[in-house]
Design a protein around this ligand. Structure first.
Ligand SMILES: CC(=O)SCCNC(=O)CCNC(=O)[C@H](O)C(C)(C)COP(=O)(O)OP(=O)(O)OC[C@H]1O[C@@H](n2cnc3c(N)ncnc32)[C@H](O)[C@@H]1OP(=O)(O)O
Length: 410
């Protein structure tokens, strides 16, 4: 099996191989469906070829930024377009692609990689762990407008409905402001917006944008939505007031936009994709049961490539020391690290001290953004705690003010 990097000249063969693997018919990159792939960075993609040079596998990487706990924004590679054609599966092609890619990512100095997994059992063996979660809610509209708040007054603001193509610059700017404060969120490069490459509202699919302005007239968020029959589907609600610089959160803009879509006439069901974990929306309904969770799933998977750098890059809570013994079976690495947290910042170095926790690098990926607690993974039997206080001490350090959330598709 030969793995080689691609160039722009390989775009056609890359997309052909990818579509064969996914069982779809090829689309040129410029037609509507093919726009998805026009954002591919072809100098960062890989092709797997047989000794007869038949292309049988693909993998790509996008250059994104990821917001970490502490609102630290760092570069990250977004792994995508991973595929092996059906005739060559379970022969180690993916394993060879992953090994090649992880080596390349490290060589370019990356300390983190992320992906969205088509199936959950695929990527743990390569060191990725599920790190953010997202919920899809279906709300039966006529029974369940939002109840008036019992202990506060709704923020006065206004909503304007725009067509998606008239709102592109506004929503690009709002998304960018949102993602810089939301741990777990990824950047959407400008080229994705100009090429309309991605899922709605980036793609040219017809959408309305409900734009929210605060009492001073400043845009603070939007809902991207479409109406089909009597179902109104919201792709995403993006708000810039959800987490402020002190880390405290409000849902004022989200609530105003939810009230707007739930009040839409001639609609029986409102589907809200990508509601963040622990969001209060269901509590705001008149009828709690009218909000049905139709999907509650992992979204962003994280892989640490340089553990000391990755751990020092995020913000922490409290003060304390923790020794982590980390196994990385795929890269055949095993080391112990001392994590020292002081006033929200961490230093991390290899150490000989006794371990507090022993864990696989995939579990460290799951803990990294604060979406899962160490004690949960100890209880699940994935992490070994060497003494009774270890999990609680780790919980205190890894704790974040809110759940990480990602809704970018790539
Ligand atoms: C980030 C993204 O792009 S997500 C998109 C992933 N791509 C797809 O889902 C497209 C359809 N599927 C495929 O193209 C292929 O089946 C792939 C890429 C998932 C797997 O490729 P393969 O070359 O068959 O994987 P490979 O032979 O290296 O398998 C490695 C191991 O993973 C296991 N594995 C591979 N795919 C799966 C799966 N879908 N479910 C469970 N286990 C799997 C194999 O059994 C093997 O296990 P073993 O080491 O214990 O024997």
């Amino acid at each position: 099996m030969l793995i080689r990097s691609t160039t722009a000249d390989d775009l056609g063969i890359f997309i052909d191989t990818l579509h064969t693997a996914f069982g779809q018919f090829p689309q040129t990159p410029l037609d509507a469906g093919g726009r998805w792939w026009s954002a591919l960075e072809m100098d960062r993609a890989l092709l797997a070829l047989t000794p007869q040079t038949q292309p049988v596998g693909t993998a790509a990487a996008y250059s994104f930024e990821l917001t970490l706990p502490g609102q630290n924004v760092v570069p990250v590679s977004g792994v995508s377009a991973v595929s092996v054609v059906p005739t060559h599966r379970r022969q180690g092609v993916l394993t060879a692609l992953m090994r090649h890619q992880l080596t390349q990512l490290r060589a370019r100095g990356d300390f983190l990689a992320v992906l969205l997994a088509s199936e959950a059992p695929i990527y743990g063996r390569f060191g990725y762990g599920p790190a953010t979660y997202t919920t899809e809610l279906s709300i039966t509209h006529q029974h369940s407008p939002l109840a008036p708040p019992r202990a506060s007054t709704p923020e006065p603001g206004s909503i304007q409905v725009l067509r998606r193509d008239a709102a592109q610059d506004l929503i690009e700017d709002l998304y960018d402001r949102y993602r810089r404060t939301q741990p777990g969120a990824l950047s959407r490069p400008h080229s994705w917006w100009t090429r309309q490459s991605g899922q709605p509202p980036i793609s040219p699919a017809p959408r309305y944008i409900a734009l929210h302005r605060n009492r001073d007239g400043e845009p603070t968020g939007y809902a991207s939505y479409a109406l089909e029959g009597q179902t109104l589907t919201v792709d995403e609600i993006i708000t810039t007031d959800s987490i402020n610089s002190t880390g405290s959160s409000t849902v004022a803009t989200f609530t105003a936009l939810a009230r707007f879509v739930l009040g839409h006439d001639l609609v029986s069901t409102v589907v809200l994709k990508h509601v963040p974990p622990h969001h209060p929306l269901r509590w705001q309904l008149h009828d709690f049961r009218a909000g049905k969770v139709i999907d509650d799933t992992d979204w962003l998977w994280v892989r640490l490539l340089d553990i000391p750098r990755a751990l020092a890059a995020r913000g922490w809570s409290g003060d304390g020391d923790l020794v982590l013994e980390v196994q990385d079976p795929f890269l055949n690495e095993h080391a112990r690290y001392l994590l020292s947290v002081r006033e929200g910042n961490a230093e991390c170095f290899p150490t000989d001290r006794e371990a507090d926790l022993s864990l696989d690098v995939r579990d460290l990926g799951s803990l990294y953004l604060g979406g899962t607690t160490p004690s949960t993974l100890v209880q699940a039997g994935h992490i070994h705690a060497h003494h009774p206080q270890a999990a609680a001490r780790a919980d205190d350090l890894f704790r974040t003010p809110g759940a990480p959330h990602c809704l970018h598709w790539f």
